[in-house]
Design a protein around this ligand. Structure first.
Ligand code: C2E
Ligand code: CA
Ligand code: CA
Length: 753
């Protein structure tokens, strides 16, 4: 045996898979074919050496045995000459008839210059009893697909090797998967650089950490949220920043994030403010992986949830009723108040809150003792109970404080009448332990006009109560009238907006989106306006926030979807089937994503308009998606199944959880205007935009830049390979008729009508 032979065999025995994809497993461990079925095939092949068989039968048996394998397989003699092959080899481009009687490496599918140098040693090793496998590129398929060749010796009953079985596994799918994973990892790495730039603007606490948790970056918001200097936190561990009670949870979350791949870990943590107080945060820890999938660093975003936590805590700690009087307690009151406020938003009937504080209680307690104090509170509760109207709530708020909640038709106005009756009732003397005692009360009144927050409403009533006390007890005061007039205005706007939907005062304007390659209009963004009866065209910024707060956005949003579908149908008439499809993008609010009927509504509306789901797309802001990411992902998934394209709007201004981005079923990413604005003259913006575009492309998303105003911005966007753009440079949003001619012109034909 020559030196070269020795060398070849050594290489085959320790295969260095040139693609670096598959582990150098023994050939027998190849995963693709059913193990027991394969064993049976090998047994059948072994039986072919039976001397009783004639050549013809032997050939037929071999064919039968090979056919039992799903994967392309060939039978070779110990030199590698092909004896037979199964039908499945056709899928790899091999021609069975042409190959029989010739060595395996002479087939015309191998892309390597000298396939014999790879396959020869493989055959040789198998012939000596060592099964082995190698990956080879082929010229077959579009694009050409690599194939993994496994050669296994077939032993006869005496244990000697009689033939070789060569199996071919298509690696295309696996390679594609590997390529996607590599691209995603690359994107996540790039995401870091954008991440830093964006973290500077976020209101949450956003940090980067070493894998062990040590801060490497802390966003400037640390100053506002915790009164800590972000720079001095770098190099310290978050362990030193959280309450001792939270250390375990923190370390658990860091360890989990390290273990769970790119899955974010969510944990509530109690941080220490520099002034000694505590703040609750909901922290999301996301691992950032390197190219090889190893943990490179951690990203955390923490949102202040102190208020939410406080209410939760109170609810758990307190039962719902006061032990002494049996009245609803503070927690139940706030709960009922919240419900009443929700009803009030629908009925537009304000809720009234009375804060009642006894004037003479402290004296009773101090002079007659606690038992008499308790008796006094019970007696007061009795009298108040007699006054409270059905449907209203009377609660003991604390000590000698009671709160009455008045809702229904005359909630606010009725409150003053109720207050008068209470003052009268409590003015009557009480009989305690054989004595006559005068208590009296001071009352503060607040109404829910303009306030949606129960606690704030009670606080306003409380403040008014102090005014009443200050002015000489035994009276009531109403919370600041000035505030109320602003609030009343808001209520008026809300009422008017409600009517606007019903009376058809809403309009949609359209802003064209251009493809930067072809320069053609490929779609429109639909933007809502309110044609106010007084003549003004109100921009969305002035009414969408109120609509979102009040829930009116669900109705407005439905109208927008329906109108956009009708417009798509109208424009369709102008276009020929050969024209590129025109898509209308509709903005969706977080609140609409929470509407369980959204998907059905979209489906029905598209169908009724006689258009297809290709004609309508939906865009949602990043922050809306993060409000309840799981619910959002579910809704989006269903919309996507309908065939609706989905986009993420204002990208770069929100939570920026890159790891979640590739988990959401998105098609398009819209870069926020603020980044586009700085494009031509500010290198930071250009870096961020470049990184966002690369990231989006790596995730297979189309990138649209918003708010392009100057040709110089457009030049940079083209250079950075941004796909589409919209902005005042091309056109402001305009009423649909303004584009009718353009659409016809786009088709290059005269108007047929
Ligand atoms: P958006 O979704 O980011 O819409 C883009 C806004 O940027 C539009 O303002 C548009 O007129 C403006 N814009 C477009 N190009 C340029 C430009 O080159 N320069 C500048 N300075 N501005 C440009 P618009 O129409 O006032 O809408 C404001 C926001 O109101 C929208 O921001 C969107 O969040 C919301 N909105 C509009 N229509 C709807 C709707 O039907 N539903 C919901 N939920 N929100 C809507
Ligand atoms: Ca938008
Ligand atoms: Ca936007």
């Amino acid at each position: 045996m020559s030196d070269t032979d020795d060398h070849n065999r050594a290489e085959a025995a320790a295969p260095a898979d040139e693609a670096g994809l598959a582990p150098p497993a023994a050939a027998g461990a190849e995963p693709a074919s059913d193990e027991s079925g394969r064993d049976a095939v090998l047994r059948r092949l072994a039986a072919l050496t039976d001397p009783d068989l004639d050549d013809l039968s032997r050939g037929l048996h071999a064919r039968v045995a090979l056919s039992a394998l799903d994967t392309p397989a060939l039978l070779c003699d110990l030199d590698g000459t092909v004896l037979d092959a199964n039908d499945a080899v056709a899928a790899t481009g091999l021609d069975r008839e042409a190959l029989c009687g010739r060595p395996l490496w002479t087939a015309d599918i191998w892309a390597t210059t000298n396939p014999g140098a790879v396959l020869g040693p493989l055959v040789e090793a198998a012939a000596e009893g060592r099964p082995d496998a190698r990956t080879l590129d082929t010229t077959h398929g579009d694009p050409p697909r690599p194939v993994r060749v496994t050669v296994t010796p077939v032993h006869d009953t005496d244990g000697s090797i009689v033939v070789l079985l060569a199996e071919l596994h298509d690696l295309a799918d696996r390679r594609r998967a590997e390529a996607i994973i590599a691209a995603t990892n690359r994107a996540l790495t790039e995401a870091e650089s954008i991440f830093r730039a964006m973290a500077e603007h976020t209101s949450d606490l956003v940090c980067l950490h070493e894998p062990d948790g040590t801060f490497t970056y802390v966003s400037p918001s640390a100053r506002r949220l915790l009164d800590r200097d972000p720079a001095s936190l770098v190099g310290t561990h978050p362990r030193d920043l959280v309450d001792p009670d939270s250390v375990e949870a923190l370390e658990g979350a860091l360890a989990d994030a390290g273990r769970r791949g790119t899955e974010p870990t969510r944990v509530p943590l109690r941080f220490r403010h520099r002034n000694g107080s505590h703040r609750w945060f909901e922290t999301v820890v996301t691992p950032i992986l390197d190219e090889t999938g190893g943990l490179r660093q951690l990203q955390s975003s923490s949102r202040d949830i102190t208020e939410q936590k406080r209410t939760e805590h109170d609810l758990i700690r307190l039962a719902f009723h006061d032990e002494l009087t049996g009245l609803p307690n503070r927690a139940l009151l706030l709960d009922r108040l919240e419900q009443a406020l929700a009803v009030s938003r629908r009925t537009l009937q304000p809720v009234g809150v009375l804060f009642i504080d006894l004037d003479g209680f402290k004296t009773v307690n101090d002079t007659l003792g606690h038992a008499a104090g308790d008796a006094a509170l019970l007696a007061v509760a009795e009298r108040l109970r007699a006054i409270v109207r059905p449907g209203d709530t009377l609660a003991r708020f604390g000590g000698d404080e009671f709160v009455m909640l008045c809702s229904g038709t005359d909630g606010a106005r009725g409150a003053t009448a109720v207050a008068r009756r209470i003052l009268e009732a409590l003015n009557e003397p009480f009989h305690l332990e054989g004595r006559e005692v005068r208590l009296g009360a001071s009352i503060g009144i607040a109404t829910s006009v303009g306030t949606a927050d129960p606690l704030q409403l009670v606080e306003q009533a409380d403040t008014a109560m102090y005014e009443a006390k200050h002015e000489g007890r035994g009276r009531f005061a109403i919370h600041d009238q000035l505030d109320q007039s602003i609030a009343l205005e808001r209520i008026d706007t809300e009422t008017a907006l409600r009517r606007a939907v019903a009376n058809g005062e809403l309009r949609l304007h359209y802003q064209p989106e251009l493809d930067l390659d072809t320069g053609r209009v490929v779609g429109f963004e639909a933007l809502v306006r309110w044609q106010h009866p007084e003549g003004r065209l109100v921009p969305p910024g002035e009414f969408i926030p109120l609509a979102e707060e009040t829930g009116l956005i669900v109705d407005i949003g439905r109208w927008v979807i329906a109108e956009a579908c009708r417009q798509a149908a109208r424009w369709r008439v102008h276009r020929s089937p050969d024209d590129e499809p025109l898509r209308i993008w509709v903005n969706l609010s977080a609140r609409q994503l929470g509407d369980p009927d959204l998907v059905d509504y979209v489906h029905d509306t598209v169908r009724r308009a006689g258009i297809s789901t290709d004609d309508i797309c939906l865009e949602i802001t990043e922050s809306a998606l993060m409000d309840d990411a799981e619910a959002a992902a579910r809704q989006l998934g269903e919309l996507r199944r309908l065939g609706i394209s989905l986009g993420i709007d204002d990208f770069g201004t929100g939570y920026s959880q890159f790891a979640w981005l590739h988990r959401l079923p998105l098609d398009v990413l819209k870069i926020d205007r603020s980044f586009v604005q700085g494009l031509a003259d500010d290198t930071d913006s250009a870096t961020i935009v470049a990184a966002i575009i690369d990231l989006a492309h790596a995730l297979g998303l189309i990138v649209i830049a918003e708010g392009v105003e100057h040709p110089s911005q457009l030049d940079v966007l083209r250079e950075l390979e941004c796909d589409q753009a919209l902005g005042f440079l091309f056109s402001e949003p305009r009423e649909p008729a303004a584009f009718d001619h353009l659409l016809r012109g786009d088709r290059g034909e005269a108007d047929p009508t």
